[in-house]
Design a protein around this ligand. Structure first.
Ligand code: CTP
Length: 437
């Protein structure tokens, strides 16, 4: 009772059990109920926390499954006052879940087919120095909520049987949701964890909210703290931005706030980005978009600037290669400007570049003949293969060696240019070439 009075908002406790019934999938609700019963047997209290609470209050839990999740996939966070790993083990024993436990951190992940449950022991965090990972000790729910990024993410829903569904909102998150504000919980929030600078803008733009005045001031004052964040973490946050429905909104806002330039002085968020990101979305599946957005983001870079950016973000080799190819291809794009190029010439100019680089250039290029050629390559030419291979040429009496290599190339070119259509056409051409060479 004491706990309940402490957490109530405007002296009125809000119960979200009905909303949970309405918006959460049955399988998840049954699991939650089971977890709640098990926690009661252990004399533990368990809470739904984080984004799901925010999205239930907004009555839009579909926000949980972003554009990358076409199927219904729910990622849910639970906080346990008590031992979360023990509770997770008990739950895993009775179902078809995969369990991944970290005893040291008091956390466990339960993975079901369309569902992932992160269970964490309520904790208290202290930061030894800005940007460092925090020191963690067990704590109360309230300790656990105050260490979070923003008030709208620092609410919980009780899953205990005596107050099932009740909102726990010690830091006025619901009021900030109603006022459309992103607000940090304490002045050191951004310096403790500067990834929150990117997160703040991501939520602000996703939800159409505003940074609360003091939060905006703190964000600007702490922008330099981004230098304390590792490349992997910055990259991860940018990937999260790129999974938003309209990432250009956050990119433009980050540029306006001077945050983007702190990551790399050459980054820009302008009308060009908006237009190109929008075009990218019309051409690609959502899962393929983040890598493509990265290639578009660096399109105006010079080679040296790109190398600095790749180093700063500790970019993985494959994507680095595609981003380098994007600029290499951009610099030779003028070769594709001639309207009368043959398909085999287009193929020759493009086949060595990473497909992502060709896609980025098809979206970014301003010249329409080049764009047309890039599209033709992407949709058709790159898939064209000659029907005959080396084995079949051998059967026609052509011996392996450089000559055969030349014949195979000439067959491929002829196929690309529509000079041969059937296998018989190719056989005739191969035999006549073998006499000629
Ligand atoms: N969190 C935090 N500081 C961070 C990252 C996360 O305080 N730098 C907390 C927030 O309370 C957040 C929760 O951890 O709500 C879970 O983080 P995450 O899964 O990244 O976000 P969601 O809240 O689930 O929101 P969404 O997935 O919709 O972005």
């Amino acid at each position: 009772m004491r706990l309940r009075r402490k957490y109530c908002y405007n002296n009125r406790v809000m119960n979200l059990a009905h909303r949970m019934e309405q918006h959460l999938p049955r399988q998840l609700l049954e699991l939650i109920k089971y977890i709640s019963e098990q926690a009661a047997r252990n004399e533990q209290r368990v809470y739904l926390v984080g984004g799901i609470v925010r999205d239930l209050l907004l009555e839009d839990p579909s926000l949980r499954s972003g554009p990358l999740d076409s199927g219904l996939r729910f990622d849910i966070d639970l906080t346990v006052e008590g031992d979360a790993v023990r509770l997770a083990q008990q739950v895993a024993d009775t179902g078809k879940a995969k369990l991944l436990a970290h005893h040291r951190f008091g956390t466990a992940k339960l993975r079901y087919e369309n569902l992932a449950l992160d269970m964490a022991t309520a904790r208290k965090e202290t930061y030894a120095r800005p940007g460092a990972l925090p020191a963690v000790t067990p704590g109360t729910l309230k300790n656990d909520l105050i260490r979070r990024d923003f008030s709208i993410n620092a609410m919980a829903i009780s899953l205990s049987s005596n107050d099932y569904g009740e909102l726990v909102d010690p830091y006025q998150g619901k009021s900030d949701l109603e006022r459309h504000l992103i607000r940090v919980l304490h002045p050191e929030s951004f310096s403790d964890d500067a990834t929150r600078i990117l997160r703040a803008v991501r939520y602000e733009q996703r939800l159409g909210f505003e940074l609360e005045t003091q939060t905006a001031r703190l964000l600007k004052r702490n922008t330099a703290m981004l230098d304390t964040i590792s490349g992997d973490r910055i990259r991860h946050e940018l990937e999260l931005v790129f999974r938003e429905e309209q990432p250009e909104l956050a990119i433009r806002r980050l540029a306006k706030l001077g945050v983007l330039q702190r990551i790399s002085p050459c980054l820009k968020g302008d009308g060009w980005i908006t237009e190109r990101f929008d075009r990218a979305r019309r051409l690609k599946k959502p899962t393929q978009l983040p890598s493509l957005y990265f290639c578009l983001l660096i399109y105006a870079f010079g080679e040296g600037e790109l190398e600095q950016f790749l180093g700063r973000l500790n970019m993985p080799a494959k994507l680095s290669h595609a981003m380098r190819d994007t600029l290499r291809l951009k610099n030779t794009l003028w070769l594709l400007d001639t309207a009368s190029l043959k398909p085999s010439e287009i193929y020759h100019l493009l086949h060595e570049y990473a497909p992502l680089a060709t896609e980025a250039n098809a979206i970014a290029s301003a010249s329409s003949p080049a764009q047309r050629h890039l599209q033709l390559f992407l949709t058709k030419l790159r898939y064209v293969k000659a029907s005959l291979n080396g084995e079949e040429l051998k059967r026609l009496g052509i011996s392996p060696g450089p000559e055969m290599g030349e014949i195979l190339q000439r067959l491929h070119r002829a196929k690309l240019d529509g000079e041969v259509r059937t296998k018989a056409d190719e056989e005739r051409l191969a035999l006549s070439l073998s006499l000629e060479l």
